[in-house]
Design a binder for this molecule. Structure first.
Ligand SMILES: *Cc1c(COP(=O)(O)O)cnc(C)c1O
Length: 404
């Protein structure tokens, strides 16, 4: 066979639409919570592919599910159902509030489906103009036009006007502000149990309870966007289980496939029938390959050992970060749940989160930002303690550059 052409980081600028600014190295291989680049330099992975690689890299459970299914059946299209997708639907409905699932390929698509379902439920109610959507400042729901409009970061939507209308944004964690805009014309409230991209900001339980009560009062769907918080990330299978507030619709993606693209919208028997044959769809959603991998990943994560392990690792991380911070005084606040951790920079370091992750890369550590002032960690849910120790040591060296 011919050798594949050799490629470098600079080729990204040559050939790729410039919507990303990737690091100046190219990862080529991963195992567990370690990654190696083209020069065989090793990195500890605290980024987890942005809360996706829940089992780390090349985990045998995921690899076996993928390769076994790969020899059987990849794709059949929606004229036929398949065994892996039905098994995955049973897993998701058996283990959550939901009765029905719609499968797609990403978080944005799951939210797109959720918002369209809410609009359809509003239409079917017969109440004139019941199409209003309430969303929150700084929220992130994806990059399709509808989801970027529901998101609360105008920098991602303003260039693409005219936007879908009927979406109202109010302050996150401000129940009075939500109360002022939720009414008979509201068909949905969409909220992240923890704002991920927006800075790792947990919703107050009283806020979520209040939204639930307002949705009940006005007949609106409560949509929890658990694309980032779902599938064990917070130490619960889904973050709604931490609050006891049960949504009408839940969206899940990222960790669900452990690195294989898959998304899902979960809902109840009350709302699912508002979609009928032909009202919504997707070519790849629920394909056998994605479903087989997601089924294996979900089964592996949904055990007391793995979920307890996430809570244990949370504390281990926090102890290490607090010790580091006691020495260096860089973070104003260290927050989050499970293995979704945000470190907000002190005022003297505002805007430096991206620099820190760049220096972390130089020291052999993959880390994320959540806005300009928050360094975010979303590692594998089963990252070994020695990898946490090593990653923190590398972070410490990266932070030393900040002091200079
Ligand atoms: C990442 C994310 C999305 C978008 O998911 P994609 O798979 O990138 O489309 C939506 N909502 C939340 C909360 C996310 O973190």
């Amino acid at each position: 066979m011919e050798q594949p052409i050799s490629v470098t980081r600079s080729n990204f600028n040559d050939w790729m639409v410039p919507v990303f600014a990737p690091a100046n190295f190219i990862p080529v291989r991963g195992e567990g919570s370690r990654i190696w680049d083209q020069e065989n330099k090793e990195y500890i992975d605290f980024a987890g592919g942005i809360a996706v690689n829940a089992l780390g890299h090349a985990h045998p459970v995921a690899v076996n599910a993928l390769t076994e299914q790969a020899t059987k059946l990849w794709h059949v299209g929606n004229g036929y159902t398949n065994e892996p997708v039905l098994r995955l639907a049973k897993q998701l409905t058996d283990n959550t509030f939901a009765d029905k699932v719609f499968f797609c390929n990403s978080g944005a698509e799951a939210n797109e489906a959720a918002l369209k379902l809410a609009r359809k439920v509003g239409l079917d109610s017969g109440i004139a103009g019941k199409s209003g959507i309430v969303a929150f400042n700084n929220a992130f729901h994806g990059r399709t036009l509808f989801t970027v409009s529901a998101g609360g970061q105008p920098k991602y939507s303003q260039d693409f006007a005219p936007l879908p209308n009927g979406i109202n944004h109010v302050a996150f964690n401000d129940l009075e502000a939500a109360k002022a805009v939720i009414n008979e014309q509201t068909c949905a409230v969409i909220v992240e149990p923890i704002q991920g991209e927006g800075g790792v900001i947990p919703a107050d339980i009283e806020f979520l309870k209040g939204l639930r009560a307002l949705c009940d009062e006005f007949g609106a769907l409560l949509i929890f966007d658990e694309v980032q918080t779902g599938v064990g990330r917070t130490g619960a299978l889904y973050a709604y289980m931490n609050s006891g507030v049960i949504p009408d619709v839940l969206t899940t993606a990222k960790a669900l496939g452990g690195g294989f693209p898959v998304g899902a919208m979960l809902t109840t028997d009350k709302f699912a029938p508002h979609f009928s044959v032909g009202t919504h769809g997707t070519t790849y959603g629920g394909n056998p390959l994605a479903s087989a991998v997601a089924g294996a990943v979900f089964e592996f994560i949904n055990t007391p050992e793995v979920l307890e392990g996430v809570k244990h690792r949370h504390q281990y991380f926090l102890d290490a970060l607090n010790a580091l911070n006691a020495e260096h005084q860089i973070f104003e606040e260290i927050r989050g749940q499970g293995l979704l951790i945000g470190c907000e920079l002190k005022v003297e370091y505002v805007g430096k989160a991206k620099d820190i992750t760049t220096w972390a890369g130089e020291e052999g550590l993959l880390a994320l930002i959540a806005g300009p002032n928050v360094v975010r960690f979303t590692p594998s849910l089963i990252i070994p303690e020695q990898d946490i120790d090593e990653g923190i040591a590398r972070l410490k060296r990266a932070l030393a550059k900040l002091a200079k």
